[in-house]
Design a protein around this ligand. Sequence first.
Ligand SMILES: *[C@@H]1O[C@H](CO)[C@@H](O)[C@H](O)[C@H]1NC(C)=O
Ligand SMILES: *[C@@H]1O[C@H](CO)[C@@H](O)[C@H](O)[C@H]1NC(C)=O
Ligand SMILES: *[C@@H]1O[C@H](CO)[C@@H](O)[C@H](O)[C@H]1NC(C)=O
Ligand SMILES: *[C@@H]1O[C@H](CO)[C@@H](O)[C@H](O)[C@H]1NC(C)=O
Ligand SMILES: *[C@@H]1O[C@H](CO)[C@@H](O)[C@H](O)[C@H]1NC(C)=O
Ligand SMILES: *[C@@H]1O[C@H](CO)[C@@H](O)[C@H](O)[C@H]1NC(C)=O
Ligand SMILES: *[C@@H]1O[C@H](CO)[C@@H](O)[C@H](O)[C@H]1NC(C)=O
Ligand SMILES: *[C@@H]1O[C@H](CO)[C@@H](O)[C@H](O)[C@H]1NC(C)=O
Ligand SMILES: *[C@@H]1O[C@H](CO)[C@@H](O)[C@H](O)[C@H]1NC(C)=O
Ligand SMILES: *[C@@H]1O[C@H](CO)[C@@H](O)[C@H](O)[C@H]1NC(C)=O
Ligand SMILES: *[C@@H]1O[C@H](CO)[C@@H](O)[C@H](O)[C@H]1NC(C)=O
Ligand SMILES: CC(=O)N[C@H]1CO[C@H](CO)[C@@H](O)[C@@H]1O
Length: 797
Amino acid sequence: MAFAILCKIIFALLILLPISTTAQTNLNITLGSSIVANRSNSTWLSPSGEFAFGFQQIVPGGYLLAIWFNNIPERTIVWSANRNNLAEEGSIIQLFQDGRFELNDPRGQRIWAANLVGPRVAYAAMLDTGNFVLASNTSRVVWQSFDEPTDTLLPGQTLNQGQDLVASFSETNYSSGRFLFAMQTDGNLVFYTRNFPMNDNIFAYNATQTVGSGYQVVFNQSGFIFLAARNGTILSFLSSDSTSSSQSYQRAILEYDGVLRHYVYPRFANSTNGRAMGWSVSNFLPSNICMRIRSNNGPGACGFNSFCSLGTDQRPNCGCPYGYSPVDPNDRMSGCKPSFIPQSCDRELNETGLFSFIEMLNTNWPDSDYDHFEPVNEDWCRQACLDDCFCAVAIYRSSSCWKKKFPLSNGRLDSSVGGKALIKIMSDNATANATSCNQQNRKDRSTLIIAGSTLLGSSVFINLLLLSSLLFFVCYNRRKPKILQPSTVLPGVNIRSFSFIELQEATNGFKEELGSGNCSTVYKGVLDNENRKLIAVKKLGKIAEIAEVEFMAEVSSISKTNHKNLVQLLGYCDEGQNKLLVYEFMSNGSLASFLFENSRPKWYTRVQIACAIARGLCYLHEECSTQIIHCDIKPQNVLLDESLIAKISDFGISKLLRPDQTRTTTCIRGTRGYVAPEWFRNMPITVKVDVYSFGILLLELICCRRSVQTDVENENEEILSYWAYDCYKDRTLKLLVADDEEAIYDIKQFEKLLMISLWCIQEDPSLRPNMKRVLNMLEGSVEVPIPPNPESFTIIS
Ligand SMILES: *[C@@H]1O[C@H](CO)[C@@H](O)[C@H](O)[C@H]1NC(C)=O
Ligand SMILES: *[C@@H]1O[C@H](CO)[C@@H](O)[C@H](O)[C@H]1NC(C)=O
Ligand SMILES: *[C@@H]1O[C@H](CO)[C@@H](O)[C@H](O)[C@H]1NC(C)=O
Ligand SMILES: *[C@@H]1O[C@H](CO)[C@@H](O)[C@H](O)[C@H]1NC(C)=O
Ligand SMILES: *[C@@H]1O[C@H](CO)[C@@H](O)[C@H](O)[C@H]1NC(C)=O
Ligand SMILES: *[C@@H]1O[C@H](CO)[C@@H](O)[C@H](O)[C@H]1NC(C)=O
Ligand SMILES: *[C@@H]1O[C@H](CO)[C@@H](O)[C@H](O)[C@H]1NC(C)=O
Ligand SMILES: *[C@@H]1O[C@H](CO)[C@@H](O)[C@H](O)[C@H]1NC(C)=O
Ligand SMILES: *[C@@H]1O[C@H](CO)[C@@H](O)[C@H](O)[C@H]1NC(C)=O
Ligand SMILES: *[C@@H]1O[C@H](CO)[C@@H](O)[C@H](O)[C@H]1NC(C)=O
Ligand SMILES: *[C@@H]1O[C@H](CO)[C@@H](O)[C@H](O)[C@H]1NC(C)=O
Ligand SMILES: CC(=O)N[C@H]1CO[C@H](CO)[C@@H](O)[C@@H]1O
């Protein structure tokens, strides 16, 4: 994800890159002068060189006639003439002999012209204030860019009655967008949502309430922005910055997200005042746009069916609820569409059973409700929405239940909202119900054993628990485990309770360490009285915080699992601080060492391991009495027994190992391991995080290399998931397979597994299949459709 952002930044920089060098140095632009929109990048500069007038190429072959900051690498645009009608290559801006100032395309069709009233123009000039002027022979200004602002005000500029700023459509599309900041002729200064693409205004989301007194917005050279009356009295301060414009570049812009921001950029390295060299926000209005836009028609701040929340950087983020995806992945404000087919109202179909709810706290779509009930309880509210095909979302708050219908508008997520949104989505299990994962075992066992004989002598139980670098132990189960009393003997559970002394003896005083992670260490042991059975004893450290109840609840839920692709829990020890788990010992160590530390294992063995892991996960997700999300699927957490049967370890304990209650997102930037993108986002964590990790693991299995490998010759091969998609898309599978002859021989199967893994690593969790479906695809009982680009889901929250 970080990589994708970087790419975007680089792309944006490329677009806005160095133009100039061929600027004219004479300050008066004489009659007859012109600039052609082409690669020669000629410009007219202001005397100091700080501002340039000319063409910027916005899209290939599409030029914007603009003014920009020329002395900073960003080349920030502050004004443009033809934002809604880009000029093609070869278009020409010309100051004609008769004083007309016009932009024409190569065929002479007029794209834009300065609206001239008054004496004849004698010359033009780009001024150091950022104002481009046309003046008469007596130096009277006939036309100036400051009188036709686009979205930006500069120091020295005023916004007068009847003038307004119109936001750009998006960060990179400079067309007129969805918001307006208007100095009205009645004296009121108002922010409006625009009825895009029409020019009328829908909803005022902030206003100074200065009808009759407001006259103009002034941005003065000391960095103050205020609303003044006709007699000069200041009616309202909008912003101020302590650095004057001699120390910093400044601008105020109504940005595409509807927020007016006052930006500052230090002119010299010695005048940064602790700021970074670059644009930083000094002030912004309104303080929380997400909460202010609430209109009866129109989508709100983020588009229909989306929700808006203020990020830590105080910028509005647009998000889609779980189960929804952006209408246009390239336009974060385009709104969201359900990724499922909404409930049918056909009574004969009765789809009630196919739908369930996702909960979002502090979220609401005010004004989309069509029904309100009170006093009711939450269960009643859920059922009422479930039974009602018109109900898209129910809001439950203090004994009240509101039913909401499509399209949902004015969505917001804010701590002041309170209550709970119940978002009705089609259950994952309802879409893929074809074959059960119990219908398995057709191909695997015999071949596994054959393959097993040829392999490895090395393997000790290393890396059992390299919980290591990744900091994600939080895992939230929507189905809460049943709470047990601490003293209860686990009912119906076939595991032993060990004393600490017993385990101390079995491990010879915790002598032979098999592996360790942040919060636990694993030791090898042997049970003397049970046929010298080998065991692995996991000692949980730093667990003073683990509530007794929670430990036993987790042990109970783990102990109820029983599947041949899960490492079996044999017992536990719970004596105060001493909390240990006893597992069967796995003689062939971890998949990580099997796959990466020795010669390449057989293709067929690797495929069987993939199927085995899929079966284990499918069981955890769908078949145990308490659904278990693993949260940390990776080769280190898959162990191999003496017959090379893969077993998943460390499931069910993610809650016990969390260092704190929050998702920690530090240290992850830039690397892309096994962690699903929703960990970084404000999205619910579901079983789909395991599907994602499985997808990465599957890629590693078929390609027999690590998901991130930095010592490769070709940079675009570093991140396996990106490279794999490229190879898939470009039909260059051979690059991926490399010299793996067995895989080359079975290239059809290789491609199928690749396609399955591309489905699993979709950034949008709702696009990922569930594990049952993954298993069906692996087993061949379900076709594998063409996977989309995993990255096609943009970063929206
Ligand atoms: C740009 O246009 C000018 C004027 O037509 C021409 O002289 C120049 O060669 C062109 N430059 C490029 C790079 O096309
Ligand atoms: C004009 O700018 C483009 C990219 O911004 C650059 O590739 C090209 O070399 C520049 N042309 C001249 C004549 O400087
Ligand atoms: C620009 O032209 C005007 C009018 O011809 C003249 O008064 C002025 O001195 C010129 N300025 C410069 C810097 O050449
Ligand atoms: C400016 O131009 C007008 C005609 O447009 C002419 O009458 C006047 O004398 C000129 N003034 C100067 C200072 O050249
Ligand atoms: C910018 O957005 C507008 C409105 O959606 C669209 O019509 C136009 O094609 C876009 N321009 C570019 C360069 O993408
Ligand atoms: C200036 O105008 C404002 C608003 O119209 C008014 O309240 C104020 O009294 C005026 N001040 C002076 C000094 O005239
Ligand atoms: C800008 O406005 C502020 C606030 O009224 C004032 O203190 C300051 O002197 C003004 N600066 C200039 C250069 O006019
Ligand atoms: C910062 O450096 C610039 C030249 O780079 C100089 O003109 C300016 O006076 C310096 N400002 C301060 C506050 O030292
Ligand atoms: C639809 O099916 C559910 C059970 O899935 C049942 O409770 C409900 O009464 C049915 N509704 C109608 C209208 O038949
Ligand atoms: C799907 O799962 C939900 C709980 O997540 C359950 O209530 C529902 O009955 C399941 N539906 C089917 C068709 O298995
Ligand atoms: C899913 O399978 C269960 C039995 O496993 C069946 O009762 C249910 O009707 C199926 N649901 C769908 C939507 O096919
Ligand atoms: C510029 C502007 O209209 N600002 C106002 C926005 O709304 C807040 C709260 O109502 C006012 O305090 C601001 O003055």
